[in-house]
Design a protein around this ligand. Structure first.
Ligand code: SRM
Ligand code: SF4
Length: 564
């Protein structure tokens, strides 16, 4: 491949001296609130995105001012596990440097929005003091490794969490750039002496995502991951994992050679082989992924181009691990579990609904203050969920009453307001910070749910859980294509609607409406709710029902999604 075929990002990575670029120099230039365009690509590998406030972008242009630049910072938190003192650190930083909110993400991480350039370095230093970091939270490397947050089986979940932490560490870039730039570590003599043993000098062709899951909950949406490990528990013992590869959500409107895809399960491996297999999957993608077209560079396309059999053979050869036949497992839901739950050793956990992951003090719902109070008063753990919620975890029986009272005092307990539809909803960030948003998402879905809930009530469906997810563009950050109802932004107030996914995230939704506004969405869904109320079978989910009655055709492979 010649250099002029490579994407611009490949060239930037290659010249970056292992992700250093001119970030350090750019930070001291106070004439602009921005960093250089090539550094904006590199800063992602450090967990930092340059953004501007899109609500005032055109006004700033009119006034001939530079855009209102600020930075989004994403921390890396394997399995979303935080101690109470880490939570207090997270809260302090949000209040001091960001927009007074913490945003829980769809990958069990947190984001800060609105950090200005002159505070960037101190914010990262404070994150480091809170014993967290932002390395590899973004960029063409392995991202935050997910792991099931609710420890129903304490020993199994603990083991799986350990695997997630080990994998996260194993796939971390080895460059010291982050420590030098943000934490003032001593500079190494030359980045030429530095080796990236897994990634090589140009890292991966594209982002890479891995997750562990413990059936029957598919809360991490394992089939949406580049690499998934499905825990197999026999007689109470973790015997190994089924490995799935090639999941991904992103696509581009109108480009039918881009598509969401669910992972293929390659086979079963023993726990001791996790790292070798993961590394083989990553290096195969490193060597065969498309570096000439970023829209075609994810592992899902590498696998569709070369075939699953070829991929399995390549992973077996590189890892020296032979896959065994797939072991039996079943998923029941890709959502979170809310309210009080006791694990098998008697500890309590409270699954707290956080609408679209945004933690702040809003009206009577004082989430930020309430969680601060709990973290100050009780020695508990905080588990971030893959559905943008939070579990207050490891609670002794004696603390249950106190925590319940605090939740009520700050107006943050799961209430009537959190209907089954809302509890099974997710929206990506979109406006005003996301540079790729075409339509509202986080700021709009709650209102749409109010209206859909009113319709569901009319049909006596208030107790029926239905998954609904919204994104401001087709990139799929809230994993919309595996929600029974998906709304994907096309333009201001306009959404492409997909229907019919499996309730456990095991089947993709199919396109149903092309460019609908709110009135058209409500008008289309109302008769479907009416038929669902009248004709569904016992325990039948909405997505399965829509396939059975022929509203949409089942999507059997991601690349066929546009044929519906
Ligand atoms: Fe995402 C890009 C937010 C999970 C697919 N995503 C972005 C950016 C950084 C926009 C950008 O590139 O300028 C968004 C920042 C918005 C903002 O203002 O904060 C953004 N993605 C998010 C988060 C915060 C959504 C949320 O509401 O929680 C999630 C952060 C996860 C984390 O902690 O790491 C987030 N993004 C996802 C997921 C879901 C997942 O990983 O399980 C997906 C779909 C799965 C996948 O990767 O296929 C996802 N994000 C994308 C894509 C499309 C990738 C593709 O293959 O085409 C982009 C655009 C890109 O990479 O070019 C993107
Ligand atoms: Fe932004 Fe699109 Fe991701 Fe939403 S789905 S956060 S609009 S990139």
């Amino acid at each position: 491949m010649s250099d002029n075929e490579l994407t611009e990002v490949e060239i930037i990575k290659s010249a970056s001296r292992h992700l250093r670029g001119s970030i350090a120099e750019g930070l001291v230039d106070q004439l602009t609130g921005a960093i250089s365009p090539s550094d904006t690509q590199l800063s992602k590998f450090h967990g930092i995105y340059q953004q501007d406030d899109r609500d005032i972008r055109s006004e700033r242009t009119r006034q001939k001012l530079e855009p209102a630049y600020s930075f989004m910072i994403r921390a890396r938190i394997p399995g979303g596990l935080l101690t109470n003192s880490q939570w207090l650190g997270v809260d302090r930083i949000a209040t001091k440097y960001a927009n007074q909110t913490v945003r829980l993400t769809t990958r069990q991480a947190i984001q800060y929005h609105g950090v200005i350039k002159r505070d960037l370095k101190q914010t990262i230093a404070d994150i480091n003091h809170a014993t967290l970091d932002t390395i590899a939270a973004c960029g063409d490397v392995n991202r935050n490794v997910m792991s099931p947050p609710l420890p129903a089986l304490s020993a199994i979940h603990r083991q799986v969490q350990c695997h997630a932490e080990l994998l996260s560490e194993h796939l971390m870039p080895k460059s010291r750039a982050y420590h030098e730039i943000w934490l003032d570590s001593k500079k190494i003599e030359s980045s030429k002496n530095e080796v990236e043993p897994i990634y090589g000098d140009t890292y991966l062709p594209r982002k890479f995502k891995a997750a562990f899951v413990v059936p029957p909950q598919n809360d991490v949406d394992v089939y949406a991951q580049d690499l998934g490990f499905i825990a197999i528990v026999e007689n109470g013992v973790l015997v190994g994992f089924n490995v799935s590869v090639g999941g991904g959500m992103g696509m581009t409107h109108g480009e039918t050679d881009t598509y969401p895809r669910l992972g293929d399960v390659l086979g079963f491996i023993k726990p001791k082989d996790v790292l070798a297999v993961a590394e083989a999957v990553v290096t195969t993608q490193r060597d065969y992924g498309d570096r000439t077209n970023r829209k075609h560079a994810r592992l899902k396309y590498t696998i569709d181009n070369h075939g699953v059999e070829w991929f399995r053979g390549e992973v077996e050869r590189r890892s020296a691990v032979k896959f065994d036949g797939v072991r039996k497992f079943a998923f029941i839901s890709n959502g979170d579990i809310y309210g009080w739950h006791q694990d098998d050793v008697g500890a309590w956990h409270y699954g707290l609904f956080v609408e679209n992951g945004r933690i702040g003090d809003f009206g009577e719902r004082l989430l930020l203050s309430g969680l601060r109070k709990i973290a100050e008063q009780y020695n508990v753990e905080f588990r971030l969920t893959p559905n943008q919620n939070l579990i207050i975890s490891k609670i002794d029986e004696s603390k249950k009453v106190g925590i319940t009272k605090t939740l009520a005092k700050f107006g943050i307990q799961n209430s009537q307001y959190a209907t089954p539809l809302r509890l099974n909803s997710m929206a990506c960030v979109a406006f005003p910070t996301c540079g790729l948003a075409m339509a509202e998402s986080e700021r709009y879905l709650p209102t749409l749910i109010d209206k859909l809930d009113a319709n569901l009530k009319q049909h006596g469906l208030t107790d029926s859980p239905i998954t609904i997810r919204m994104t401001g563009c087709p990139n799929g950050c809230a994993r919309p294509y595996i929600a029974e109802i998906a709304l994907v932004g096309k333009g201001p107030g306009r959404y492409k609607v997909f229907l019919g996914a499996g309730f456990a995230g095991e089947r993709l939704s199919a396109p149903y409406l092309e460019n609908a506004n709110e009135a058209e969405v409500l008008k289309a869904l109302d008769p479907l709710f009416a038929r669902f109320a009248a004709d569904r079978n016992d325990d039948e989910h909405f997505g399965d029902f829509l396939i059975r009655i022929g509203t949409v055709r089942e999507v059997t492979a991601g690349k066929n999604i546009h044929d519906n």
